[in-house]
Design a protein around this ligand. Structure first.
Ligand code: 6PG
Length: 471
């Protein structure tokens, strides 16, 4: 009876596209969906791939259709729906079968599910998938967490459906339990920072120089041919060029300035804080989305304080050059933060996440794909560094780019235009490279009000200051 090599539950856009991708690579796939009518509709619309799709109308049928060890992909909304499906699958699957959660799960949930399933005989894999609808259909970047043994049981299919960068699959096993979902979360955190910094530069061009969307588009196109070359810069140019069919205006001008978020950016910031790793550019990007959602309050504040003139009076070509370098410097800082968070999590959870591999599998398929990730992979492969900012290639690139970041942040501050992620990136860099900072004063204050003690520069041990504690 068993006819399929793999199963998939959840035929939303991502699930449908992933199923078609799997079928296209020659695998027969059994599919199930909570709204069961979707299953036959999906097969009917699968075109030439229909013969490799086995529609199942119940979980019992799904289990009977997939050949043991029954790898079964869940592509359902993260959260309770995943727990519900796992509970249902436990009724129909057998020991050794493999449940693969391919949604954007919180890695804490993945770790919990992994522990809950340990001992049941079922194997759990937490698999981050990036690339949106298009990636799911034609090749996403895939970040796998689970036992290495379970990876070996599914790797042929996973490698086959993944994006390829110069022929190399953009999929890999990154460590036990939550490692894959953690790396996917940080991918998204970096995605937030990248997008926010691009939006900040767009704001300087639109409000500071008064440029139209059509005028800004070629600036991004040109940058896409240089060091900023990446999917996000490429689509920014395309977005800015597009017209709204209803009004004929640039579509970007009719979109409300209120950005949504599903949680991964926020989780990146939370986990960074928990691990004690500064990820300020990512945090700033998350906060900027929150401020964007406060549309009514922002309008009231603009009425109360007045609108800043925003005008930037400066040679345009010079500014374009500085903006390109500023974006690059901001990007370096944001990626340095994201990788530092992954490194800390890897140590805290004993995952041994291979950072060069992470960079390599992000070179194609995922939303933050870019050649820059190849440079990061080389930096991590050529020796251990405390932070990406300390890799020799990055010392050189950041050395060249940070003066422009400084200039852009100060121009924006003068003009009253918000650049929170770029500012955070600059402050992170300046703080990181300051041999003697100012926390000697913080220590003195802590000792003054709480007798917390401090270390001296000239003697070992804990010391107190010569202050009296009577307020
Ligand atoms: C990806 C995307 C994908 C999705 C995010 C968007 O890697 O393919 O990041 O995961 O688009 O969920 O996240 P927000 O809705 O939070 O912006």
């Amino acid at each position: 009876m068993a006819q399929a090599e793999i199963g998939l539950i959840g035929l939303g856009t991502m699930g449908s596209n992933l199923a078609l991708n799997i079928a296209e690579k020659g695998h027969t796939i059994a599919v199930f969906n909570r709204t069961v009518s979707r299953v036959d509709e999906f097969k009917a619309n699968a075109g030439a791939l229909t013969d490799r799709i086995v529609p199942c109308h119940s979980l019992d049928e799904l289990a009977a259709t997939i050949r043991p060890p029954r790898p079964t992909i869940l592509m359902v909304v993260a959260g309770q729906a995943v727990d519900d499906q796992i509970a249902n699958l436990r009724q129909v699957l057998s020991p050794n079968d493999i449940i693969i959660d391919a949604g954007n799960a919180d890695f804490n949930d993945t770790r919990r599910r992994f522990a809950e399933l340990a001992g049941t005989g079922l194997t759990f894999i937490g698999m981050g998938v990036s690339g949106g609808e298009e990636g799911a259909r034609h090749g996403p970047s895939i970040m796998v967490g689970g036992t290495q043994e379970s990876w070996h049981r599914v790797e042929d299919v996973i490698l086959a459906i993944s994006a390829k960068y110069n022929g190399e699959p953009c999929a890999a096993w990154l460590g036990p339990d939550g490692a894959g979902h953690f790396v996917k979360t940080i991918h998204n955190g970096i995605e937030y920072a990248d997008m926010q910094m691009i939006a900040e530069v767009y704001g300087l061009l639109r409000d500071g120089l008064g440029m139209s969307a059509k005028e800004i588009a070629p600036v991004f196109s040109k940058w896409n041919d240089g060091r900023l070359n990446s999917y996000l810069i490429e689509i920014t140019a395309k977005v800015l060029e597009a017209d709204d069919p209803a009004t004929g205006n640039p579509v970007v001008d009719i979109i409300l300035d209120r950005a949504g978020q599903k949680g991964t950016g926020k989780w990146s910031a939370i986990e960074a804080q928990k691990l004690g790793v500064p990820a300020t550019a990512i945090e700033a990007a998350v906060a900027a989305r929150v401020i964007s959602s406060m549309k009514t309050e922002r309008e009231a504040a603009q009425a109360a304080y007045g609108r800043t003139s925003g005008n930037i009076r400066i040679d345009r070509d010079r500014l374009f050059h500085d903006l390109e370098l500023a974006l690059f410097a901001g990007k370096i800082a944001a990626y340095a933060q994201g990788f530092a968070v992954m490194d800390a999590a890897s140590k805290a959870f004993d995952w041994n996440v291979p950072l060069p591999t992470v960079s390599r599998i992000w070179r194609a398929g995922c939303i933050i794909r870019s050649q820059f990730l190849g440079t990061i992979a080389d930096a991590f492969s050529s020796g251990s560094v405390a932070n990406l900012l300390m890799a020799p290639a990055f010392v050189q690139m950041m050395g060249e780019a940070h003066p422009s970041l400084r200039k852009v942040v100060s121009i924006a501050a003068e003009a009253g235009l918000p650049v929170p992620a770029l500012s955070a990136a600059l402050a992170y860099f300046d703080g990181y490279r300051q041999g003697r900072g100012t926390s000697n004063l913080i220590q003195a204050q802590r000792d003054f009000f709480g007798a917390h003690g401090f270390e001296r520069i000239d003697q070992p041990g804990a010391h107190h200051g010569p202050w009296s504690y009577s307020a």
